[in-house]
Ligand binder design. Structure first.
Ligand code: TYD
Ligand code: MG
Length: 455
């Protein structure tokens, strides 16, 4: 007889316990246990000896393991290819997470419709075939090789896969899929864990790439257990503000490439469009004569781009001044403001400071520092920074400007976009070999940078 029992499962790490716990003893998270009904057939007791006999794989010396360049499937989407590390690896399991309505289904449907020579099966647990067709019409693209099935039962999904033998499988979304072997509702920890483990096994055994679309919960992480993120090879996050047109595809985990990559898209009436030159898009505003605007030569992933940093400094209306940053780490901004006060003698203590990075982008590059403090200062002094000047550099606690990585790429990008002057850290000047048609001003300290910018 199948034994029915209920267990409590940690939402974060997947650990289970017979009774509810406030704090997970494994991962230390609080209030993560949820009740789940499971029915488990006891695995037949196998003696250790049998396991020995059935084990087929032999240990190999690591140096003898054969490797080659991983072959990659070109997805005909420059941004997606790059974020995946140069295309999709056969047999890999990719998870794409993001807020509802951000465009996950659109991105994936658009990609598979562009792959005419690859037989694809799109398993939709959320939308009907008609809805998908309407969306495909909207994107204005059609493929001879894209099959659609609306199915949420994992066992049925595998039947379809067996019949069709697709070369590429999409599951939209993993939280709607359920397996008969687990009795809890779809989307619960054990369902997500069991289903994704079965899909992983399928992907690895048949060398078929699978993309899972995942919901995210209200805290912004992918719904379901953290183990889901551990199971898959690649985790991509599709983010952006519903009110902005831009969408950013970030790689959070990638077994086959760098996680520093970033893809930028624009949501149009007829689907998503790749933005292959983000600088042009992030610099469209004409800010000549406006104070509080500074252009940073930043790098995200391997791509340099120039991005507008805006600051507003005003006298605080209430006792405690407000500090707020959009797209930039608030703690880092507070540190930079402290450096400004201490090293450059600017009194910001009674001022509200607001910072905004253009286009709704979040940038983590430390080379943004110099742009942030120059924007703050420009607003505080009400002196605009010249239009064709951009800056790059990390600012240290004593007000020194520290070198940044890949300076040549930053300078070349600035030159390409028609900037006439760039402030760079003095220490970056060594080893700078490129012959460029842009004035390079090395600076050592924030004071020097201010003298350059504001005379
Ligand atoms: P969708 O892909 O359904 O989001 P998700 O799968 O992440 O929930 O995206 C739907 C949103 O995208 C919807 O608000 C409408 C918008 N959209 C466009 O602006 N243009 C388009 O061509 C399409 C297909 C959708
Ligand atoms: Mg969707």
């Amino acid at each position: 007889m199948v034994k029915v029992k209920s267990v409590y499962v940690c939402n974060n790490c997947g650990n289970d316990s017979p009774k509810w716990l406030g704090k997970c003893p494994v991962c230390g998270e609080w209030n993560t246990y949820v009740e789940e009904i499971i029915s488990k057939e006891k695995p037949s007791a196998r003696s250790g000896l049998q396991v020995f006999e059935t084990s087929k794989a032999k240990p190999l010396l690591l140096k003898d393991v054969q490797t080659g360049e991983e072959p990659r499937i070109d997805l005909h989407d420059g941004e997606l290819n790059r974020v995946l590390g140069g295309g999709l690896v056969p047999g890999s399991l990719v998870l794409i997470g993001g807020e509802p309505g951000i465009g996950k289904s659109t991105l994936i449907l658009q990609t598979v419709l562009g792959l005419n020579n690859i037989k694809t099966l799109y398993i939709s647990g959320e939308e009907s075939a008609r809805q998908l067709k309407l969306r495909a019409d909207r994107i204005n693209s059609n493929s001879e090789n894209c099959f659609i099935v609306c199915e949420t039962n994992l066992e049925q999904v595998f039947v379809h896969i067996q019949n069709l033998k697709p070369e590429f499988v999409i599951i939209d979304s993993i939280q709607t899929i359920f397996t008969d072997t687990v009795e809890s509702s779809p989307g619960s920890v054990s369902q997500v864990r069991e289903c994704s483990a079965a899909i992983l096994k399928f992907a690895k055994e048949t060398n078929t790439p699978v993309i899972l679309i995942g919901h995210i919960n209200k805290e912004g992480s992918i719904a379901g257990p953290k183990v889901l993120e551990h199971i898959v090879d690649t985790v991509l996050q599709f983010e952006g503000d519903q009110h902005y047109m831009y969408r950013i595809l970030r790689s959070i985990k990638n077994r086959f490439g760098s996680t520093a990559e970033l893809g930028i898209y624009e949501m149009r009436q007829n689907g998503l469009r790749e933005v292959s030159n983000p600088s042009e898009l992030l610099l469209t505003q004409n800010h000549e004569g406006l104070s509080g605007v500074s252009i940073a030569a930043a790098i995200e992933g391997v791509r340099p781009f120039l991005i507008e940093t805006q600051a507003l400094v005003s006298t605080a209306a209430y006792g405690t001044p407000q500090r707020s940053a959009t797209g930039f780490d608030l703690r880092r901004m507070n540190m930079l403001l402290a450096v400004l006060e201490k090293r450059a003698g600017f009194k910001l203590i009674q001022k509200d400071v607001f910072l905004n990075i253009a286009g709704g982008l979040k940038v983590n590059d430390p080379a943004m520092d110099l742009a942030v403090i120059s924007a703050v200062l420009s607003s505080s002094l009400d002196i605009p920074i010249e239009k064709h000047v951009c800056v790059t550099g990390e600012v240290g606690l004593s007000g020194e400007i520290r070198p940044v990585n890949r300076i040549e790429q930053r300078v070349l990008e600035a030159e390409k976009l028609g900037f006439s002057k760039i402030l760079i850290p003095q220490n970056n000047l060594k080893g700078f070999t490129s012959n460029v048609n842009i004035e390079i001003v090395p600076v050592r300290k924030v004071e020097e940078a201010f003298r350059q910018l504001f005379g």
